[in-house]
Design a protein around this ligand. Structure first.
Ligand code: BGC
Length: 426
């Protein structure tokens, strides 16, 4: 059993090696090479005095959210809000299926937005779109591909802001998209609005990604937040046969290698595959563990793993298994969660070292996402891994949970866009 699970352990020297590879990939990516996309956001740090009422739209991997948000005197007021799931039957987007067109998706979104506005008013909108896009300016971009097992037809190669604007016009809403940002950028803006030392932001939720502030960005010569699309990182990761099998059976094989090892869409699936593999290798469990059908891909979710780790009784209930089997399943869950946290921490170390090789300055890493927020042991593991690798110097690095950045961050981005020289169609 020990030998079977050994490949999932990530030792200190491996973390150091991955951090080094990640740091090199950052420099390579800025020159258009390597696995990191290094997408410009066309936004720097907020000044902290942004004001006004905006619509914030957030399309992530699990939910679609729209909110009417007022920024005033460093305070953020959520005046109206609506959240719906991507798996909503009205929308019928299911992992690995292809049942919704871009037009249907955006019409549905315009409908949701119409429920939170005051009809007589005109609004600018900040759009958090948490998928890889090639941005041309603060608003317009091209969707490179879908990720997180979501697939909507007629959207790749198109501009999400334009598709949204068309739907808003079809619905005759007096709302104009002003800025489009990645969710990591939203988390950055929200965090930096409050804590000036923020220079990195990350999401560890359904998907995974990190952005950071690049001083003297070559496009503008000024500081700019760069969306690394770090889900794509793939150099020297401790890739196992299970990771390979998961990838081969995913919607987009060969992409998002790091994400498939660390993020919420995949954590349950990794555990499920390990359990089935154990079964195939004759380590058949004595209880009725497989009575509960886990044969179906993605039938174990990150939420289940979180519950298993909170209380072993949840494992015995779920699988109808014995206590010793539950202990083994608990160990497997811990191992996969620990591996995820340590790999993510390695990328944070690589990013900090890119910004400040001698670790002279203070760094705040703002992190959001269901896995980081709710998965037992995750936050502690990220911080302790950073400490394990960097020793005393890790005191300069603060990893903090910053919730709701994709809403507040979108409003801040809209405020920046409306007040910048960039012209928003009015
Ligand atoms: C997407 C990123 C996003 C991250 C977190 C990844 O799958 O490619 O754009 O920031 O998920 O939501």
């Amino acid at each position: 059993m020990e030998a079977f699970l050994k490949p999932y352990e990530v030792k200190t020297n491996k973390i150091l090696e991955i951090a080094g590879n990640f740091k090199k990939s950052l420099s390579l990516g800025l020159n258009g090479q390597g696995p990191l996309m290094m997408l410009p956001s066309y936004i720097g740090k907020p000044c902290g005095n942004e004001r006004g009422t905006y619509i914030a739209l957030d399309i992530g991997g699990t939910n679609i959210r729209a909110a009417r948000i007022t920024l005033d005197h460093k305070q953020i007021f959520y005046e109206a809000e609506v959240t719906t799931s991507f798996k909503n039957p009205e929308l019928l987007i299911d992992y690995s299926t292809n049942r919704t067109t871009a037009e249907e998706l955006y019409d549905y979104i315009a409908e949701i937005i119409s429920t939170i506005i005051k009809k007589e008013e005109k609004y600018f909108l900040g759009f958090t779109f948490s998928f890889p896009v090639k941005q041309e300016n603060i608003l317009n971009a091209t969707l490179i591909r879908w990720v997180k097992e979501i697939d909507v037809t007629g959207a790749v190669g198109e501009d999400p802001s334009k598709l949204l604007l068309d739907a808003l016009l079809r619905k005759k809403l007096n709302i104009r998209p002003a800025a489009m940002i990645n969710d990591t950028v939203g988390t950055f803006l929200h965090a930096a609005w409050i804590e000036k030392e923020t220079d990195i932001a990350s999401i560890v939720g359904t998907g995974h990604n990190t952005c950071y502030l690049q001083e003297n960005h070559e496009l503008t010569g000024k500081p700019m937040i760069v969306n690394m699309e770090s889900a794509n990182f793939n150099i020297g990761l401790p890739y196992t046969q299970i990771d390979k099998a998961l990838d081969e059976n995913s919607s987009f094989p060969g992409t998002a290698q790091l994400e498939k090892m660390v993020s919420g869409v995949y954590l349950g699936e990794l555990v499920r595959r390990i359990l089935l593999d154990l079964n195939d290798h004759g380590l058949r469990l004595k209880g009725k563990i497989f009575k509960k059908n886990i044969n179906h891909p993605y039938s174990l979710e990150a939420r289940d793993i979180s519950e298993f780790l909170c209380d072993s009784k949840n494992i015995t209930d779920f699988f109808s298994c014995t206590n010793s089997e539950a202990e083994m399943i608990n160990n497997i869950c811990q191992l996969i969660v620990k591996r995820s946290a340590r790999l993510v921490a390695a990328t944070y170390i690589g990013t900090v070292l890119h910004i400040d090789e001698r670790l002279d300055k203070k760094h705040v890493i703002a992190i959001d996402g269901s896995v980081y927020e709710k998965m037992p042991y995750f936050r502690e593991e990220v911080s302790s891994t950073i400490k394990e690798v960097l020793g005393e110097k890790s005191d300069h690095i603060k990893a903090v949970l910053v919730k709701g950045g994709s809403g507040a961050g979108a409003a801040i981005a809209a405020a920046i866009a409306v007040n910048s020289s960039f012209t928003v169609s009015r």
